[in-house]
Design a protein around this ligand. Structure first.
Ligand SMILES: O=C(CO)[C@H](O)[C@H](O)COP(=O)(O)O
Length: 254
């Protein structure tokens, strides 16, 4: 499982400062929607220039003009952009077209989607690299909010997903057990007194970090997996106590 820091700060300087502290512990650096609204695509370019080895994620939350907005962010240096799951299929298809042109990817954010399982499957068919099972900051503040529903929806959908909704040290193990490809943490990192230490603590010992448990890889060719033509798919299974943990398995192109 990869770790994504969500930088919900509002200046490029603050983002660069935070990214410099946490980069050694994260795989994906997200420019939060407020940052992009405040600073524009220049912030994306600045973060990618400072961290060319990291996946830079522009949380555009696009609702319309999918191809145009995604193209702007990819041209600025983003590797992944978000489109809302509540957007029409044509918006998602447009963003995917821009991603294909740039050799990048689209993540569909399911914030506010009532039936996340069904929409997750639909947008994966449209070409999303993964979906984000997401409870936003306002939803997290509502009485009775619990991450459990999101975890269950991720597990049930059986498509690649990230999970965001106030992920913390207390909950990250459950995110991994649910089979998330990426755990997203914002407030737990940028709100900590020591963001680097907070990111290091979230970097689970069983994640992709060196020192994690042993793994074994299985590959299927296109003949054995006819729905995914012309691609070789591989799955890495982490081995715990001599037994592969299937809930940690994820498919990816080799
Ligand atoms: O996209 C977002 C809000 O819409 C946040 O970046 C996302 O929810 C992660 O932050 P946190 O871990 O604080 O929930």
């Amino acid at each position: 499982m990869k770790l994504q820091v969500a930088m919900d700060v509002v200046t490029t300087d603050a983002a660069l400062e935070l990214a410099a502290k946490v980069a050694p512990y994260v795989d994906i650096i997200e420019l939060g929607t407020p940052l992009i609204k405040a600073e524009g695509m220049r912030a994306v370019t600045a973060v990618k220039a400072a961290h060319p080895d990291k996946t830079v994620f522009a949380d555009l939350k696009t609702m319309d003009a999918g191809e145009l907005e995604a193209d702007l962010a990819f041209t600025a240096g983003a590797d992944l952009v978000t489109v809302l799951g509540t957007a029409g299929d044509s918006t998602i298809i447009g963003a995917v077209a821009a991603a294909t042109k740039h050799g990048k990817g689209v993540v569909v954010d399911l914030i506010g989607v009532a039936d996340k399982v069904t929409r997750a499957r639909e947008v994966t068919e449209l070409g999303a690299v993964f979906v984000e099972m997401h409870a936003g900051l306002d939803e997290q503040a509502e009485p009775g909010f619990s991450l459990a529903t999101l975890l269950n929806q991720g597990e049930t959908a059986r498509v690649p997903f990230s999970l965001a909704g106030g992920v913390s040290v207390a909950t990250i193990a459950s995110v991994q057990r649910a089979g998330a490809r990426v755990a997203v943490a914002g407030g737990a990192i940028y709100g900590a007194e020591d963001p680097a230490a907070a990111a290091a603590a979230l970097r689970s010992p069983s994640s992709d970090a060196p020192g994690g448990p042993p793994s074994r890889q299985f590959c299927l060719n296109a003949k054995k997996h006819p729905r995914r033509k012309a691609r070789v798919l591989c799955r890495v299974e982490r081995v715990r106590g001599g037994q592969p943990s299937s809930s940690l398995a994820s498919w990816s192109t080799e």
